[in-house]
Design a protein around this ligand. Structure first.
Ligand code: SIN
Ligand code: FE2
Length: 216
């Protein structure tokens, strides 16, 4: 038991290319994960996880919060980035240094140097939660990639193409895996299938996802 944990924490990360502009950095965030999860809890104590409403009036199925100069929100008025948490009126908590460092290193590894995110969306999935295919397109400058970090329970990620009708590839994402997409893949449709029940040693019944963007 102890041996297993020891080995999986020391597994060396490796990179998988998934077509032009898409790289999966396996286990890239695993060594940092306990501290990343502590940072998530600190952020959530200031800006709590909440279920947002789509412009069409549907509830998102993942609970969300944000960190950074810009936070992504959705409500009846639409999707947008804003400086303040609509729930408190206060600025979003700052992106922890550890988060920015990780995102910068991951982007670099995938061929995008100098990435300095100003927005971090934090999704928390419980069993049954999912995210349908969508594009990340509320950012100002699409020359920067998206860096997406998975923590906790595994989930099946779907990476499609620039058209909604492009058949998505299914990629199982596990604890500590990081996906980077940019360049020709920046506006690819993507999402995750329904989270299955489980119990992760560090996150219990949840999967967390951090997506780093350059929004402003
Ligand atoms: C997202 O596209 O915002 C989230 C994707 C994920 O949870 O892996
Ligand atoms: Fe997205």
């Amino acid at each position: 038991m102890t041996g297993d944990l020891f080995e999986s924490e020391n597994e060396q990360p490796w990179a998988e290319s998934r077509g032009e502009g898409v790289v999966v950095l396996r286990r890239f965030a695993r060594a940092d994960a306990p501290r990343l999860l502590d940072d998530i809890q600190k952020i959530a104590s200031q800006a709590g996880f909440r279920i947002m409403i789509t412009p069409g009036g549907h509830q998102m199925s993942a609970a969300m919060t944000c960190a950074g100069d810009w936070g992504w929100v959705t409500d009846r008025k639409g999707y947008r980035y804003q400086h303040e948490d609509p729930q408190t009126g206060a600025p979003w908590p700052a992106i922890p240094e550890r988060f920015s460092q990780l995102a910068g290193r991951a982007a670099e590894e995938a061929g995008f140097s100098g990435f300095q995110p100003d927005a971090c969306l934090i999704n928390r999935y419980e069993p049954g939660a999912k995210m349908g295919l969508h594009q990340d397109r509320d950012e100002r400058d699409f020359s920067w990639p998206i860096v997406s970090v998975s923590l906790g329970l595994p989930i099946v990620f779907q990476m499609g193409g620039p058209k909604r009708s492009d058949k998505p590839e299914r990629i199982l994402l596990e604890h500590g895996d990081v996906v980077v997409w940019g360049g020709p893949a920046r506006l690819n449709y993507h999402g995750v299938l329904t989270l299955k029940k489980g119990n992760h040693a560090l996150t219990g019944p949840y999967r967390y996802n951090l997506t780093f963007r350059k929004a402003g």
